[in-house]
Design a protein around this ligand. Structure first.
Ligand code: IPD
Ligand code: CA
Ligand code: CA
Ligand code: CA
Length: 256
């Protein structure tokens, strides 16, 4: 596997998706609802098309899993794509959103690219090669305890079935930590754990395209990542806890 080529194509695809998002930002014509509060715009669709086109030109044989068009059959590797993570922010003209692209082989994530086009931030990680923000190495924070931590979480669109437990966890973390934020992009949440802006992140009811790229960026920056039970995170996990490591057990305990 030529990981340098994978990395280059992943970055090129992210920039092509990001260009579409920049063009549509602030002048959306249509916002459709997939669910009561789950939106999709022409920016999501066109960004995804640009990303898939870039990848398919370089690796026509590879499989793809993309949020808006679903699975595309193939072999030799699989690209996992969120063409716009943070659609609700985007639809409200809030520039906190990104393109998230991961590459995996045999269910192992080997590369992750997360681009926030309006913030000018590109996070890249290749397995065993570290993580970078705009080319410079990044590392998780050294915050030793939850009491000193700034945490981030997200609320899934379909929160009805987990509402009480979700709010219970939120309340316990709010009491124990220095602060909690809710940015609206799971991929950025993970990247911001990677470069130490946040000390920990947790969320449930996520999809592979929300977490796959950010997981690797965080892991390569030194993060510890698991599901709520403490078992390892895998691509198909629908929940994630990612921290600087030092506060992981303390946070897991509050999420029980
Ligand atoms: C959403 C964002 C959000 C998270 C939701 C995701 P989308 O993705 O990552 O932060 O709380 O659970 O579905 O729909 O903006 O790609
Ligand atoms: Ca979505
Ligand atoms: Ca998403
Ligand atoms: Ca999306």
């Amino acid at each position: 596997m030529d990981m340098e080529q994978i990395r280059r194509v992943g970055i090129a695809a992210a920039f092509n998706g990001g260009k579409v998002l920049r063009e549509h930002f602030g002048n959306l014509r249509s916002v459709r609802k997939k669910g009561a509060i789950d939106l999709v715009t022409e920016a999501d669709i066109q960004s995804e098309a640009a990303i898939i086109d870039t990848i398919a030109r370089a690796f026509p044989e590879h499989a793809i899993l993309a949020e808006e068009s679903g699975p595309h059959e193939g072999g030799g590797g699989r690209w996992i794509i969120d063409p716009l993570d943070g659609t609700t922010n985007f639809a409200h003209n809030l520039p906190l959103f990104c393109v998230s692209i991961a590459f995996a082989a045999n269910e192992e994530i080997l590369a992750g690219v997360v681009l926030a086009p309006l913030l000018g931030e590109l996070f890249v990680a290749v397995k065993d090669q570290g993580a970078q923000l705009n080319g410079a190495p990044i590392f998780v924070s050294a915050t030793p305890t939850l009491a000193d931590s700034l945490l981030v979480t997200g609320f899934p669109y379909d929160h009805a079935t987990i509402f009480d437990r979700m709010m219970g966890r939120f309340g316990r973390c709010l009491t124990a930590a220095q602060g909690i934020r809710r940015l609206g992009s799971a991929a950025l949440d993970l990247c911001y754990v990677a470069n130490g802006r946040f000390d920990g992140f947790w969320e449930q009811h996520l999809q592979p395209w929300d977490t796959a790229a950010g997981f690797l960026v965080a892991r390569e920056a030194g993060a510890r990542t698991s599901v709520f039970s403490g078992a390892p995170y895998a691509i198909e996990s629908d929940e994630i806890v990612s921290t600087n490591g030092a506060i992981h057990d303390e946070l897991l305990n509050l999420l029980k």
